[in-house]
Write a protein that binds this ligand. Structure first.
Ligand code: PMP
Length: 436
């Protein structure tokens, strides 16, 4: 009997994982699985990077802990590196998880407006189907009812707009002839709420956990323009899309926009130690720099920016630079896309294939024409059949609408190109086993 609680109870066939090598994990009985989800979207450098273990060990020996009301070299070095990757001038606040990074962003946004003479700006606009974390504010920002309803009431002031889902457009449009009604919705909501009450918009570059929803390029640009027009801050949640996953240092860079606040976690340490960060545009941060105490950003955490975690993060980013892993991620993403399209485009159970950098979503349907979604049970069977073939894939979607029908892929950047076909073959074979 294990005493730890799992994120889902009951958990399905939990493994006792005891080792890893590159993109593979190994269970207690010695079975090997190719991890096409990088754990929970984070182990970008794979499971056996001794350089990261060394970075943690040597920092722990030298200086294991001190609160960041002072400073230590790994935090300073990481701040410099992050600014290079962000292509901007940002102040960085360190925490421990993606949820905390987003909570921090909401507090910065609210306090910024209050100290900038607009204390009524406290609402945050997010999207249905988005996931932003498990804490009371980040969960309020989340647009997935099934994760929320048992824990309500959550933090007030979070509003949602429909997602930019071109396969199942909430506005009944086709991409070729639409007017990006999904982007225009932000302007509507800001006006309905009155702009003076809206603090921020939070979005991921693509909605990952809600079923890989990839917006058109102009959508993100249009949202940026709307935010600018109404004095609303744009928070980009790069918890999954950051650190090379998109084929760029950060996902927003693919859309040619610059956010006001960027939140990040997961890949920042390749999952080896807990760390997250909230980057705020340096000029916005000026409103917090004052000797009067009430002006300070008052937001303390004990462990955020732990020296070993920061040292691992610095080494993660250095290794990515030394080994050109962002370019590799982009190339592997293209290869995976080619293979998936060739193998699955005509498959009767595949409704849509969506890609962003080295991320892929395979939306499963009962019927290609009607787009009737495959049942959650069907998709679970596909995931289980992949596992029987030694490949771990994810499953996500829109359970509010009654379906959870997207198979997710987010492989480590260290996967060998020759191993990509194992993922594709496993999905094809699983669909044959379970399919119509
Ligand atoms: N934002 C996004 C986009 C995420 O995918 C996640 C986690 N999957 C979070 C925030 C929350 O991160 P954490 O689990 O580290 O709190």
């Amino acid at each position: 009997m294990w005493h730890h609680m799992m994120p889902y109870t009951p958990s399905q066939n939990p493994m006792l994982v005891s080792g890893g090598e590159g993109a593979w994990i190994i269970d207690e009985e010695g079975n090997r699985y190719l991890d096409a989800m990088s754990g929970l979207w984070c182990v970008n450098l794979g499971y056996s990077e001794s350089e990261l273990a060394d970075a943690a060990a040597s920092q722990l020996r030298q200086m294991p802990y001190y609160p960041l009301s002072h400073a230590h070299k790994p935090a300073i070095a990481l701040g410099e590196k992050l600014n290079q990757w962000l292509h901007g001038n940002y102040r960085i606040f360190y925490s421990n998880s993606g949820s905390e990074a987003n909570e921090t962003a909401f507090k910065i946004a609210r306090q910024y407006h209050a100290q900038n003479g607009e204390p009524m700006r406290w609402k945050v606009i997010s999207r249905y189907r988005a996931y932003h974390g498990n804490s009371m504010g980040a969960l309020a920002a989340t647009g997935q009812f099934q994760r929320k309803y048992k824990y309500e009431p959550l933090a007030p002031g979070f509003l949602h707009v429909p997602p930019p889902d071109c396969y199942r457009c909430p506005f009944g449009q086709e991409r070729a002839s639409c007017h990006l009604e999904c982007a225009a919705m932000y302007e509507q909501v800001i006006n309905w709420e009155t702009p003076e009450t809206v603090a921020a918009v939070i979005m991921e570059p693509v909605i990952t956990g809600g079923g890989m929803i990839v917006p058109p390029l102009e959508y993100v640009q249009q949202v940026r323009e709307i935010c600018d027009r109404y004095g609303v801050l744009l928070i980009m949640d790069e918890v999954i899309c950051g650190f090379g996953r998109s084929g760029q240092p950060f996902g927003y860079q693919k859309f040619g926009v610059q956010p006001d606040i960027v939140t990040m976690a997961k890949g920042i340490t390749s999952g080896y130690l807990p760390l997250s960060a909230t980057a705020v545009r340096a000029d916005l941060f000026e409103v917090f720099r004052d000797d009067r105490e009430y002006v300070h950003f008052r937001h303390v955490n004990t462990f955020g920016g732990n020296p070993a975690a920061c040292a691992v993060a610095v080494r993660t980013l250095e290794l990515m630079e030394e080994r050109d892993l962002i370019v590799r991620s982009a190339q592997l993403g293209e290869k995976l896309q080619e293979k998936l399209i060739a193998a699955l485009r005509e498959h009767p159970n595949v409704g849509d294939l969506r890609f962003f950098g080295f991320l892929a979503g395979i939306e499963l349907v009962e019927d290609k024409k009607t787009k009737a979604p495959a049942s959650s049970e069907f998709v679970s069977k596909v995931v289980a059949a992949c596992k029987r073939q030694g490949v771990l894939v994810g499953k996500n979607g829109d359970t509010v609408a009654g379906y959870n029908n997207v198979v997710m892929l987010c492989p480590p950047f260290v996967i060998q190109e020759e191993e990509l076909h194992l993922i594709v073959d496993a999905v094809v074979q699983a669909l044959t086993e379970v399919g119509s």
